[in-house]
Design a protein around this ligand. Structure first.
Ligand code: ZN
Length: 162
């Protein structure tokens, strides 16, 4: 086995990265360690996944991902007006405050306060990075084939089974 492992479908990738949006670093693996994911199962945004094919361990790359291939465009319908008195008192009524709530099916959703009015609050359900062009500096730090169980589950098992 002397073949050099390259990024391909079903590989577990360990990746170091820095993400810049509008020139500002908003996330970096130096803060929390590299991320591990399975290529081709949608663990990461499609624009980044596409750029990784064929890369080898130790290789670095700059990748620009458009909003459409990243966290999506801003959806003008993803806003909701909620009466102010429906919010618990301990939630700061400020633009940008993140709020967790549940939809009618009981699934958790995250929204941000977009506007605070006299009697109502406008919530924004767009992803915080929707509509943004993403500038990644990435480095492949590790590569291995995913196990059958990992492919079955659609996520990486690093030391813990579930
Ligand atoms: Zn699992």
């Amino acid at each position: 086995m002397s073949a050099i492992l390259k990024v391909a479908d079903g590989q577990v990738i360990v990746m170091e990265y820095t993400l810049r949006v509008e020139g500002e670093i908003i996330d970096a693996s130096t803060d929390h360690g590299p991320i591990e994911f399975i290529q081709s199962v949608g663990n990461i945004i499609p624009g980044l996944e596409q750029a990784l094919y064929g890369m080898t361990v130790g290789e670095s790359k700059e990748v620009v991902v458009t909003a459409g291939d990243g966290y999506g465009e801003m959806d003008s319908l993803a806003y909701m007006e909620v009466p102010r008195d429906q919010f618990p008192e301990d939630i700061p009524m400020e633009t940008g405050t993140q709020i967790e709530l549940h939809n009618e099916a009981g699934q958790p959703m995250v929204a941000r306060i977009d506007q605070v009015g006299e009697t109502s609050v406008r919530l924004d359900f767009n992803h915080p990075l929707a509509g943004k062009e993403l500038h990644f500096a990435i480095k492949i730090a590790g590569l291995r084939p995913a196990t059958e169980q990992e492919l079955d589950h659609g996520h990486v098992h690093s030391g813990h089974e579930h």
